[in-house]
Design a protein. Structure first.
Length: 288
């Protein structure tokens, strides 16, 4: 089992020294990866399920934040949970991701993408909310095509994006994985058909989560891909027990992402250190 940690700027704050210290503490404790979320804009009445998001929540840009974290750390892998893929042009996004990966020496390895749940956010960036799933599928294909392309250029002709002879360098340092987040069966199918992993969210029952994981694996097999190669990431609490981790492992989970709950930085460090001791994180070799 691998263990990541998330940093939510609406909860933990946007102070750069605080972000740096949190990431450095996580790296020192032996966490594999560091995740940040995304919202581009909010507005009054924006609902995620039954929860209304206060419009003044301070969300930093995730890739700029990860670039900052990369400059202040040496080993910890970089992730998004989730980046709202349909709201970014994939040609520009491919360049930004490759840049973070190159400057971090190959640590942009846990990109997790989702569709977004706020119609007003989609409208603000000129995206049809109803077609954002198909747009995300094309965006994944476009980015991988650009990252794999050579000096002769690559071509793409889709519903949303079309180009011919494009060359984009530098490439990421090795293959840049794309994980898929979301709490729907459609997200599970997307993870199986196109993703390197699945990171489901939402308040679902154990039966619903099991069904989603089976959907992801079945979709991978139907697409001629290896279901066994899919990574399965789940969120957990900072006080999760070894018994609970073992139960998740039996469900196929390969990574658990937690977040420090304390408000004071010193208490957060203590939470991380206690977690690291409980699971022997400092004794584990770093991820590739």
């Amino acid at each position: 089992m691998r263990f990541g940690i998330s940093y939510s700027t609406p909860y933990h704050g946007i102070d750069p020294d605080g972000i740096m210290a949190y990431a450095q503490d996580a790296e020192e404790c032996g966490f594999e990866s560091f995740y940040v979320p995304e919202h581009i804009v909010l507005y009054k009445g924006a609902m995620v399920g039954r929860y209304e998001l206060p419009p003044a929540l301070p969300y930093l840009d995730p890739l700029d934040t990860l670039g900052f974290v990369a400059a202040s750390t040496r080993r910890i892998l970089l992730g998004t949970g989730v980046l709202l893929l349909p709201y970014h042009h994939p040609v520009v996004l491919a360049k930004r991701l490759a840049t973070v990966d190159v400057l971090s020496k190959g640590r942009m390895r846990l990109l997790t993408v989702g569709l977004g749940a706020l119609p007003g956010e989609a409208g603000a960036v000129g995206v049809d909310f109803a077609t954002r799933g198909r747009r995300a599928d094309e965006a994944i294909d476009v980015m991988r095509l650009l990252w794999q392309g050579g000096q002769d250029g690559v071509a793409f002709d889709g519903e949303f994006f079309s180009f011919d002879g494009l060359v984009q360098f530098p490439r990421p340092l090795g293959r840049l994985p794309i994980h898929v987040g979301g709490s729907s069966q459609a997200a599970a199918r997307r993870a199986g058909r196109r993703g390197d992993g699945f990171f489901p969210g939402g308040a679902l029952t154990a039966e619903e989560r099991a069904a989603q994981w089976e959907t992801a694996r079945s979709a991978a097999a139907e697409a001629g891909r290896d279901p066994g190669a899919l990574e399965y990431t789940r969120a957990g609490s900072i006080d999760i027990t070894p018994e609970q981790v073992e139960a998740l492992a039996l469900q196929g989970v390969t990574r658990i992402v937690v977040s420090a709950a304390a408000e004071e930085p010193s208490a957060r460090r203590e939470e991380m250190a206690a977690f690291a001791q409980r699971f022997g994180l400092r004794d584990q070799p770093p991820s590739p």
